[in-house]
Design a protein around this ligand. Structure first.
Ligand SMILES: [Zn+2]
Length: 475
């Protein structure tokens, strides 16, 4: 443990230096000539939202009487979702701490705030996809010489007010828009033929300090400061009601075989793992910015994890795939584009579950044994589970959620994970290898777990294939 106190400041320095937010760089007018930008419809679909509908919305909003107001309303939605989620995070944390204090299992399927968080997460991601598309199209239209001058001017005006709102000095808004700004910046860099990490300019915001200073206000605002509170509550209620998480507790205690199938044996949550055995899992990558650091941290600390990646990112990051494999990590599938599977037709399910697996099998160089539904949505739907099972994959859920997609404070993410680990005693921990806070938090959690070495509470980290093979062999 000699480096225990050394690594934290380095990690923090990394976090502050790179957290970074990629300032959105406007394209100088002189660089843009003619058709330098690829038209949106020529680009490969990267989202679960129908691009045709989005394009229709852009044109309709631009033609409206007050286009600036119309576009900014969507940005306001993003802020409302962020604030609303904080109120459920605080309820969830309370629940988790109580369970840990009483040494009682914390069951995600019984948690109302958790289901609302899953719903909000889904809504947040779709709103971000929509806003990113809007912004990129406004840039394209304002530089597109084939568009009427009046329309280009209108698009430019809307884009500039959009940008002003995104660059707000209000710390709560900075936090709410942090990842949206990154996504837009990444898309614009890609549009200009640059790599996603080219010219990343750190912003001055100290995220951790800002969260600590604003947390109480954010939670209060989560209830009060939302402009269209009923609208968002209704949306969340409707989404949350549909969420049904598979429950392993109905399994016969000694029937330990995990195998592909639509019943409980085809779904892993970790609840029947041996005591103090934990699988660390990361979703949504690989990211060229954060995944390589996570891999290095895992190697340094001597642990292995399971990565549930998106085919759309895997295809662009073969070097990271090869590095993860060389370091002994387990690689699994998390769909093509993070679509909500419960909303897709047969063609959509085919692409998100089967084609993504085929593409990843080529990149990974081996068959894929585990699949995780985006947002966990679909894990109790027989049709979806049937397709996963037919492809010979086991579905993988989790019983510890770090909420690292909403919470940007690594220490609070670690505390949330520790409380759930204490309450549950074994299981599967969910992180995302695309967020900077997750890099720091997962490293701190592993360092903390290493302090139990040689004690009766020693924590053993495993990959999913490792533990499944062990349990199936009856070890
Ligand atoms: Zn995901």
């Amino acid at each position: 443990m000699k480096n225990k106190y050394l690594v934290i400041p380095i990690a923090t320095a990394f976090f502050l230096a790179s957290c970074a937010k990629h300032k959105i760089q406007e394209v100088p007018e002189t660089q843009v000539a003619g058709n330098e930008y690829t038209h949106a419809s020529d680009r490969a679909p990267t989202s679960s939202i129908d691009k045709e509908n989005l394009e229709f919305m852009v044109q309709k909003l631009l033609d409206s009487n007050k286009p600036e107001e119309e576009f900014l309303k969507f940005l306001d939605d993003r802020k409302d979702i962020y604030l609303r989620a904080w109120s459920y995070v605080s309820l969830f944390d309370k629940e988790v701490l109580e369970a840990a204090e009483k040494n009682q299992e914390h069951n995600l399927n019984d948690s109302v705030p958790y289901k609302k968080l899953l719903a909000l997460w889904n809504i947040a991601q779709r709103t971000e996809e929509k806003l990113t598309y809007f912004y990129v199209r406004l840039v394209q239209i304002s530089y597109d010489k084939s568009e009427a001058k009046e329309k280009r001017d209108r698009a430019k005006k809307v884009r500039l007010s959009f940008k002003r709102a995104l660059d707000s000095k209000n710390p709560v808004l900075q936090l709410a828009f942090q990842e949206l700004r990154d996504h837009i910046a990444e898309e614009l860099r890609e549009l200009r033929g640059l790599s996603k990490t080219d010219g990343v300019v750190p912003t001055s915001i100290d995220v951790v300090a800002t969260i600590r200073a604003n947390r109480a206000k954010m939670i209060k605002d989560g209830f009060k400061g939302i402009d269209r509170v009923d609208e968002i509550n209704n949306k969340v209620e409707a989404e949350a009601e549909k969420i049904q998480l598979e429950n392993e507790s109905g399994r016969v205690p000694n029937a330990l075989t995990f195998e592909p199938g639509i019943g409980p044996t085809g779904n892993i949550m970790g609840k029947i793992f041996p005591k103090n055995v934990w699988a660390l899992t990361y979703d949504d990558g690989p990211s060229p910015v954060t995944t390589p650091i996570i891999l290095k941290n895992l190697e340094t600390l001597g642990h292995k994890a399971t990565f549930f990646w998106l085919a759309q990112h895997v295809l662009k990051n073969q070097t990271i795939v090869d590095d993860a494999k060389a370091k002994g990590m387990a690689l699994a599938n998390h769909s093509w584009s993070h679509a909500q599977l419960t909303k897709l037709d047969d063609a959509g399910l085919n692409k998100e579950i089967l084609q993504s697996s085929d593409a990843e099998e080529k990149a990974y160089g081996h068959p894929i044994r585990f699949f995780r539904c985006p947002y966990g949505a679909g894990n109790s739907v027989s049709k979806i589970r049937g397709i996963i099972a037919k492809k010979n994959m086991i579905h993988a859920f989790w019983n510890v959620d770090t909420l690292d997609w909403q919470d940007k404070d690594p220490d609070s993410i670690v505390r949330r994970a520790q409380a759930q680990m204490k309450a549950n005693g074994r299981g599967v921990v969910l992180f995302h290898d695309i967020h900077q806070q997750s890099v720091i938090a997962s490293k701190k959690l592993l360092e903390w777990s290493n302090t139990f070495k040689g004690t009766p509470e020693e924590i053993r980290w495993v990959t999913l294939p490792e533990i499944v093979d062990e349990m199936n062999a009856g070890k």
